[in-house]
Design a protein around this ligand. Structure first.
Ligand SMILES: [Zn+2]
Length: 54
């Protein structure tokens, strides 16, 4: 199964897909304005915005 959105994941899902999630959140380029989750690809977030490095 492919993970579409990190935002809607429940605790059980996170445990189940931990390895995939770790890949998605490593070196993130986007952050969700609503949920404060980060991802390498904006398709995994419900309200993605570019994550700028400070
Ligand atoms: Zn979100």
């Amino acid at each position: 199964m492919k993970i579409k959105k990190l935002c809607g994941l429940k605790k059980d899902d996170i445990e189940k897909y931990a390895k995939k999630i770790f890949k998605i959140v490593s070196k993130p380029k986007f952050i969700c304005e609503k949920c404060a989750r980060v991802a390498r690809d904006e398709k995994h977030l419900c309200h993605p915005t570019v994550l700028k490095k400070s």
